[in-house]
Write a protein that binds this ligand. Structure first.
Ligand code: DGJ
Length: 731
């Protein structure tokens, strides 16, 4: 029986059913169905997560799993949607609490539910005590991606401490699976790690107070022989920019559970009577079209449902493609001043750049990274008349202006720290470990939150700034919050991140056309939580165009190219000392949202002309690249000799192909690229953005030709670090 059917924001139908006789909930969206029900014990049990079922198909009431001898009880064997730690639960719990009297047993049973337009809230309650958990489900009609989270509420008269709280648990039936996740380090983010799932738990996490470069809160689980293009994949991502944990566990009966939410390490959140705790959102989806299908769904979902809009794009279904930026960091580092930045701005404008961004160094006594963070006044020696002369200059060159900030940090050598040493995360009497000579302001404190919001608001009120690059260059240490009683301090893990989101939301509210980038020394804060409030991210400080190919490949499994900023910088590259042509560097960056970060002051006529030509070509096809459907034709991973990607616009009217040769060996020719996602019956004209197709390649051919016969590169497309790009336009 359909009790609610609704259109999601993407104007696609989602449907939500509840069968009162069988006590089964069913949510359908896109190509996916998800079902769970109340079993005879009163537990909420998952029934199905997979391809979309027939509208008339029904489920019988959920049947709990039996005991397995005297060691594994039904409670631990049953695939619960959100199990309390109690009653002999040995698998990962959804929730673990301790009451003031020492009781730590929690068994959650169904209490009630409320259907909404595209989801349902299900209330669970402990069998004895007034702890209530509301599980929130919402399904996206276009992609079938579910958003799940929980609200934990203390309706009793005693305090209860939440020691572990997941957003959701997902279950897959016993089968052979491969787990995919993303790992890395500073300047080495976005390695796709793939491994067979075995009995036991694989933990992917950050204990750092923020998302982290070392692991990203995303997973994809492939069934059996699933590949890039085929087979079932279940995938998910956490919307949380604080410490997080995803546990992928093959249990004693070979079922696979994916549980994710706040990281329980060093965690504790006291709920006083009447208080509640909201978990982050854990998004999950399913596809039958391999890892490629999974990322295409995620990209669509992120564009339509996650990313913020400015006032100018509030009514658009998708955010606008990112302006092509120039950023001064690699050119000048902290040696910024009016004359130098103005000269760079003139050259940037001559390239066809849309946005000029001044990076670190413009404020306080910032000459090196030893001083200045926290003092957000314009440095009077570098900019004697404030920022206005530079901003006016940038505007006169028909670009808008962006500025770097690092709001959550303070250098001990700053007026702010001298005035408020108590504002940093610390344990009194213990050392305060500095990284990059800086300490982390405790954003959980109301006074720090007010200060950060206040100076950013003032900066935006006083200057015509279109864009903030919001940086965050270290992780936490000594995470004490000595304003609070010892038992309450660990809630810093929640309140810090909530205040970060609140500041971002308030700034966007007060300055509805300002855009923001999330940067954390590169890709240290990229997740679906921060992406609600920021328009783009800086994926890595590593701008080596060859390394970027694998990093961008890894990034693309989880995040849309729309948010993936990619700068062209100087050669040889500072990190790997690798020399590459400007054309190669340009094409590597054109796979995402393009920027230039080189010292263009030194560029001669030839480099200026190449960059100007390719920026113009990029502008022409940018919506297809960053908002189209991405096909990873040849992965650059594992030292591949070649790599190639293709994107196809939603209406299949245009496609863009990038091809890269790493180092030709034994004279091997670039493989024929069998394109994907085109309309087989339509005619497409091929034109080169850079490079050449093989002699004899038709100028116009059907989608069927490009997909079945394929596209051949010129025979001379060989050597080291070569790049070509093509566009196909429907006739
Ligand atoms: C780290 C960022 O990732 C860089 O792009 C640059 O903004 C520096 N911080 C500035 O300190």
């Amino acid at each position: 029986m359909i009790l609610a059917a609704a259109l999601s924001a993407s104007a696609q139908p989602a449907s939500v059913n509840f069968d009162p006789a069988a006590k089964v909930f069913r949510l359908d969206g896109g190509g996916t169905s998800y079902a769970f029900g109340v079993n005879a014990h009163g537990e909420l049990q998952q029934l199905y997560w997979g391809g979309r079922l027939g509208a008339a198909d029904t489920f019988p009431q959920a049947v709990p799993m039996p005991d397995w001898a005297s060691f594994d009880s039904s409670y631990t064997n049953t695939p619960q949607e959100y199990a309390g730690w109690g009653a002999g639960l040995f698998v990962e719990p959804g929730l673990k609490v301790t009451w003031a009297d020492g009781n730590r047993d929690l068994v959650l049973h169904y209490e009630s539910h409320k259907l909404s337009a595209n989801g349902v809230d299900v209330v669970l309650k402990d069998i004895k005590r007034p702890v209530y958990v509301t599980l929130h489900y919402a399904i996206d009609g276009e992609t079938g991606i579910l958003a799940r989270s929980a609200t934990i509420e203390n309706r009793g008269t005693e305090a209860v401490t939440v020691e572990q709280a997941a957003a959701a648990a997902w279950t897959l039936p016993p089968a052979s699976y491969t787990l995919n996740y993303l790992t890395g380090r500073w300047a080495g983010e976005w390695s796709l790690t793939q491994e067979a799932l075995h009995p036991g738990a694989r933990v992917i996490e950050s204990r750092r107070g923020s998302t982290g470069h070392q692991a990203n809160p995303w997973f994809a689980i492939q069934a059996g022989e699933s590949s890039e293009d085929h087979g079932e994949v279940w995938f998910g991502a956490l919307g949380w920019s604080g410490s997080w944990r995803i546990t992928v566990e093959q249990d004693q009966l070979d079922e696979v559970k994916v549980t994710g939410g706040f990281n329980p390490f060093d965690f504790g959140y006291v709920l006083h009577p009447g208080q509640s705790l909201e978990t982050p959102v854990f998004y999950g989806g399913h596809t039958a079209h391999g890892l490629g299908g999974a990322s295409r769904l995620l990209h669509r979902f992120e564009l339509a449902q996650i990313l913020p809009r400015t006032a100018a794009t509030a009514k658009q279904p998708l955010p606008k493609p990112r302006p092509v930026i120039y950023n001064s960091w690699e050119a000048t580092e902290m040696n910024v001043n009016l004359a130098g930045q103005s000269a760079l701005a003139e050259k940037a404008a001559a390239l066809g750049i849309d946005r000029f961004v001044m990076d670190d160094g413009w404020f306080g006594q910032r000459k090196t990274d030893h001083a200045g963070l926290g003092d957000w006044y314009v440095n009077p020696e570098k900019f004697p008349n404030g920022l206005k002369p530079l901003i006016d200059k940038v505007h006169s060159l028909k670009m808008d202006f962006g500025l770097w900030v690092e709001p959550e940090m303070v250098n001990p050598d700053s007026d702010l720290y001298r005035k408020h040493p108590e504002w940093v995360l610390n344990f009194p009497g213990r050392p305060r470990n500095e990284q990059r000579t800086q300490l982390v302001l405790n954003l959980a404190r109301p006074d720090v939150r007010a200060y950060v919001l206040g100076f950013l608001d003032k900066l935006l009120n006083e200057n015509d700034i279109a864009f903030l690059k919001w940086d965050y260059n270290r992780n936490w240490s000594e995470p004490g919050w000595d304003q609070l009683p010892p038992t309450e301090q660990k809630k810093v893990y929640v309140e810090f991140t909530r205040n970060l989101y609140a500041i971002l939301a308030e700034l966007r509210h007060r300055h509805p056309n300002v855009e923001i980038e999330s940067c954390s020394g590169g890709g240290g804060r990229v997740d679906l939580g921060i992406l609600h409030y920021t328009d783009e991210v800086w994926p890595s400080d590593n701008t080596d165009p060859f390394d970027r190919l694998t990093q961008q490949d890894g990034f693309s499994y989880a995040y849309t190219p729309q948010v993936m900023m990619a700068w062209v910088t100087d050669s040889p590259h500072w990190l790997n000392h690798r020399a590459t042509s400007l054309s190669y560097r340009m094409l590597s960056s054109m796979q995402g949202s393009l920027g230039i970060g080189a010292n263009i002051g030194k560029w001669g006529d030839e480099e200026m002309a190449t960059a100007r030509r390719l920026i113009a070509a990029y502008h022409d096809v940018q919506p297809t690249i960053v908002q189209g459907d991405l096909f990873r034709l040849i992965s650059p991973r594992d030292g591949s000799e070649f790599s190639a990607t293709q994107t196809v616009s939603r209406d299949k009217g245009q496609s863009v192909v990038f091809a890269f040769v790493h180092s030709t060996q034994k004279g091997r020719l670039f493989p024929t690229l069998k394109l994907k996602g085109l309309d087989p019956a339509a005619q497409y004209a091929l034109s080169a953005i850079e490079g050449k197709a093989r002699t004899g390649t038709p100028a116009v051919a059907s989608g069927a030709w490009w997909m079945n016969h394929g596209l051949d590169m010129d025979q001379e497309f060989r050597g080291d670090f070569q790049a070509s790009a093509f566009r196909l336009d429907r006739k």
